[in-house]
Write a protein that binds this ligand. Sequence first.
Ligand code: G3H
Ligand code: 13P
Ligand code: ZN
Length: 356
Amino acid sequence: MPLVPMRQILDEAAKGGYGVGAFNVNNMEQIQAIMQAAHDTQSPVIIQASRGALMYSKLIYLRNLIEAAEEEFPEIPLAMHLDHGNSVETCKQAIDLGFTSVMIDGSLAEDGKTPNTYEANVAITKKVVDLAHPLGVTVEGELGCLGGIEDGHGAGLSTDEVNAHLTDPKQAEKFVAATGLDALAVAIGTSHGAYKSGRKDPKTGEVLPPALAMERIHEIHKRMPNCHMVMHGSSSVPKELVDIINQYGGKMPGTFGIPIEQIKDGIKHGVRKINVDTDSRLAMTGAIRKVLFETPQKFDPRDYLKPARDAAYQVYVDRMNAFGQAGHAGDYKPITLTAMKKAYGFGGDGCGCGCH
Ligand code: G3H
Ligand code: 13P
Ligand code: ZN
């Protein structure tokens, strides 16, 4: 089965009232674990690669690994998505590689750090929509800024600054209308990485769950019931995974993630794509540390990469069940980019001018 436009996966998720995990990958083990989990739970799934991932895997390797995944599990609706594209050029590169969906993160300037103006965000997002839709490719945009930094990406905002950059529901309505995007990433107080809480109990010093502005998601859904929202920074950072890392020589104090219950509340109110990267990183790192700590004589990468892949698999299975995508792989007949192009109103050769 060819890769599916992400838009179809989101449209079907909206019909079924469930969310779909979008899992970041950098290597073969993560792709294999995701696909095995999708097969075992019969889930449609989104695999995504950041710019850092594309550089790490040298593009062509990742594309061929995804092709292998499709070939092994042809019954699984699978979309390949660019995460946090920073320019029209990066999005074009991903589309040329065969990605069926791209994110243009116009909430930040091209440096991936400086918050952008609303006008500049609209302009670049619209440019990518104009490039992608005539080819049937899905576009995700972002309004508002997240906290945290991953691999140099992110504004590194403090908790107060994050609160000043939350998505404004009224502006979101304008943004969606002005750009014509397919999926809207919202800033509601989540952050990338394993440290999502800037809050501590003043008496005990204990780290508290991040205060999320879920009411903004509710409000956006009320204003635009058909808008597919995306929650970034949505790893749950399970304590048991962090404990394994710390037990075997790691140092990760004070971590905190997004409780699954809050994600489920988002799904009830229009969140269709949930981005998870950190949880798989934690699971793999803990498994590798454990093997190397307990059997320091081992040096065959398979001895630690197989347990790492198994640990990531369990995370994916848990998330697929929690988000509700499990059991929905066979609900619909996947469409091609050509069919999607027509659905956007472009026929023929996809020159983008609408003349075919
Ligand atoms: O957006 C953040 C994702 O976790 C990707 O992280 O840029 O380190 O690959 P990365
Ligand atoms: P986490 O760091 O919470 O896994 O978020 C990943 C993400 O949002 C990728 O775009
Ligand atoms: Zn993100």
